[in-house]
Design a protein around this ligand. Sequence first.
Ligand SMILES: Cc1ncc(COP(=O)(O)O)c(C=O)c1O
Length: 360
Amino acid sequence: MSFFPSPRPSILNISPYVGGDVTPPGFVRRIGLSSNENPFGPSPFVKDIIRAGIDRVHFYPNSNATVLRQGIASFYNIDPSWILCGNGSEDTLHLLARTYATEGDEIIFAESAFGLYQIATLAVGAKPVLVPRENFKLNWKAVFQKVTPQTKIIYLDHPGNPVGNFLNKDDLLKLIQETPSTVLIVLDAAYAEYLEGVEGYTSGIELVSEFSNVVMARTFSKAYALAGLRLGWIYANPKILEPVNRIRPPFNVTSLTQNAGIEALKDQTWVKKAMDHNAIWRPWFEREIEKLGLSFIPCYANFSMVNFGDKATDVYQFLGENGIIVRPMGAYNLPSYLRITIGQAHEMQELVGLLNKFYT
Ligand SMILES: Cc1ncc(COP(=O)(O)O)c(C=O)c1O
């Protein structure tokens, strides 16, 4: 009989993350609409830089991502010493939990929020405190009511994934003003680029310098199409970042990724093209969904949450067998929904064609 060392008990309460990369048996992955990726890929200049970097991969990367942080800082007109980069924004969100919370602490996030918050919370032995949504919307008072002396972090997916709405500027400000400044408020603005110009939305970038407990998290996985290279960053007061840097693995952002991030920021024309595409094709898709007599949760990013009722599993299966992978939402307690990323025009047309076939 063999005995194994035991993990920390809270780790065993974590259900392993199931990503959109899963292709069940019998499914064909011709078109992937399951992970909210940018279907156009990165700018050609970014691809060139990645290729050029191959000759230097025997060197360690810069451990502070110095030039990348300067690039981000000058693009957003902020101070590079207020930026910390990570291996995707997931890395930075985990690092915040590991730095600021421990056993017995509480971490607040919304029902059906991005799945990583639960994992990051349980990983440090803290208690997840879930805020109910009303009609899929989050109310700042409902978040505030959950704050106790044990609260260490509030994670706000902003806008939400998979439930795609957000607290408007005024409500966000009220939440921040009412919450004790000992609580870290993390605005996870992974999809902020898609909400440029949306009334009432702010990524929160201007709130970080005003409130020392506010952190904004961003990613290059969505608008910048670098999901596979893993690059995210947080913007916060250096006093918040200094302890995080003590545990951050020093080489958590590869040299190829640092170079790609610097270059990606320079090609805003490329980014805008993808954002413009999304602004046309998400509403187009939603109109097609309505024509089929189906409903969806209004959302602002690069995906749609469609309610297929008791047909969700059958639709998922039908699309998968015909080459289109979308994301089931059972893990988010929304089993009648499928989350569908907005793909290229021909992909969306094929998807709608298949849905029409399913329903006739
Ligand atoms: C709300 C939200 N935050 C963070 C992430 C993670 O992004 P990254 O690829 O930078 O780890 C995602 C990815 O889907 C997301 O939806």
